[in-house]
Write a new protein. Structure first.
Length: 303
């Protein structure tokens, strides 16, 4: 049985010193990773700069994204940036990647929001491009969306054959892609095709369990190698809906994304989800929950 591993999403700080202190707090509290989101609107740092600063302020904390939006950067550019960060962090990068989905990002930046199928097709090619470049040596690729002509990028990532790939997955096609390609799968609600938010009709414990069944079936023999997890949207007492970039907690009542009660009850629930669903990687989604969740991390991290 895999040990528990915890990460937390942080978005911003008033200064570089405050950001570094936040990163060190996570490291000292037993978290394994700091994740940053990737949106063009809203109060949040750009992910590459934020991850680099967090890595420089810590020595063991891993840094990652939840998740890079593939549509915002050409994969050859992102592969180069990721490899550089992996070297500079001594191999502590966790590479979260998704299609990009939030309509506000696209519309306000003047970017075309293609249909979901097109965005997933592009993501499939991007994964192939980045992994090909990370392997080292001249790499060529001819796809519908990207063409690479004998490109060689140096230095390669420290982690071989590349940083672990995290895919956030809610809909069946993304779940199957994650089953084939991801090292870490973060289970989410399916996103509405128009990019206006998560599809709350996809919520609840039965739908959550079906997602794991899809991953298991599509992964086949490699299922045991996948680190399976989800984001914790709410801990402790119930409260109103989450921020506009995240799922509404009410839609996920009864799933591992909602943890009610005190620290002992929350720890028991996480043990239950590990034993029954195989979930071991939990991402705290709101910084305001750090204090309430700290005893749970202290009790369960790495066991």
């Amino acid at each position: 049985m895999r040990p528990f591993r915890f990460a937390a999403v942080l978005r911003s700080a008033a200064s570089g010193r405050e950001w570094a202190a936040k990163a060190r707090r996570l490291e000292d509290s037993g978290y394994g990773a700091l994740y940053v989101p990737d949106h063009l609107v809203g109060p949040r740092f750009a992910p590459l700069a934020a991850m680099t600063a967090a890595a420089c302020a810590t020595s063991t904390l891993r840094v990652g994204t939840l998740v890079f939006a593939n549509d915002y950067r050409h994969p050859a550019v992102l592969a180069k940036e990721a490899a550089s960060l992996d070297v500079l962090s001594d191999g502590r990068l966790e590479f979260g990647l998704g299609t990009g989905w939030m309509a506000q990002d696209y519309h306000r930046a003047g970017l075309p929001l293609d249909p979901p199928g097109t965005r997933v097709d592009r993501l499939v090619e991007a994964i192939a491009v980045m992994r090909g470049l990370w392997r080292g040596g001249p790499f060529s690729f001819a796809g519908e969306h990207y063409t690479i002509d004998a490109l060689e990028q140096e230095p390669p990532p420290v982690q071989r054959p590349g940083p672990p790939l995290l895919l956030g997955s809610g809909g069946p096609r993304m779940l199957r892609l994650a089953a084939r390609e991801a090292d870490i799968v973060n289970l989410t609600l399916r996103v509405r095709a128009d990019g206006t938010g998560p599809d709350t009709g996809d919520g609840g414990p039965d739908a959550f369990a079906r997602k794991i069944d899809i991953v298991r079936e599509a992964a086949g023999d490699r299922f045991a190698a996948i680190e399976l997890g989800t984001s914790i949207l709410q801990v402790g007492a119930p409260r109103d809906a989450a921020s506009w970039s995240a799922a509404a907690p009410a839609a996920q009542a009864g799933t591992p994304q909602i943890l009610a009660g005190g620290p002992a009850e929350m720890a028991d629930r996480l043990r239950h989800w590990r034993e029954t669903l195989g979930l071991t990687h939990f991402v705290l989604h709101h910084e305001t929950d750090l204090d309430a969740f700290a005893p749970v991390v202290a009790e369960l991290a790495a066991i």
